[in-house]
Design a protein. Structure first.
Length: 105
């Protein structure tokens, strides 16, 4: 009985750990996805007078901002961001956010 409970507890822990790993972003993959972002935000992610900097941005906040653009919860008057995120999955957004978080502010 104790062995059965131990096995169940270990399986539950592994499932939780897998979920946490999935929730995090892969900065290497984010670099690959960033080819479209750099058109506006620049290679260094620092933007310009018309485009905000996303370099060094907190990854969790950045991923949420991207999701909010996609859902329409965050307004985008010029629709540049809506067009940019429409085809991104949650994992894509996490990966992009992880990459830009690695760049110096």
């Amino acid at each position: 009985m104790l062995l059965k409970k131990l096995i169940i507890a270990m399986m539950f822990t592994m499932i939780l750990a897998a979920g946490v790993a999935q929730a995090g972003g892969d900065a290497g993959r984010g670099l690959e996805l960033a080819e479209y972002c750099v058109d506006c935000h620049g290679d260094d992610g620092r933007g310009d007078e018309d485009t905000p900097s996303i370099a060094g941005m907190d990854a969790a906040k950045h991923a949420k901002d991207l999701a909010d653009f996609k859902s329409g919860a965050r307004p985008d008057e010029e629709e540049n961001m809506i067009d940019s995120v429409v085809d991104l999955s949650e994992q894509d957004m996490a990966d992009l956010a992880a990459y830009f978080a690695t760049l110096p502010e």
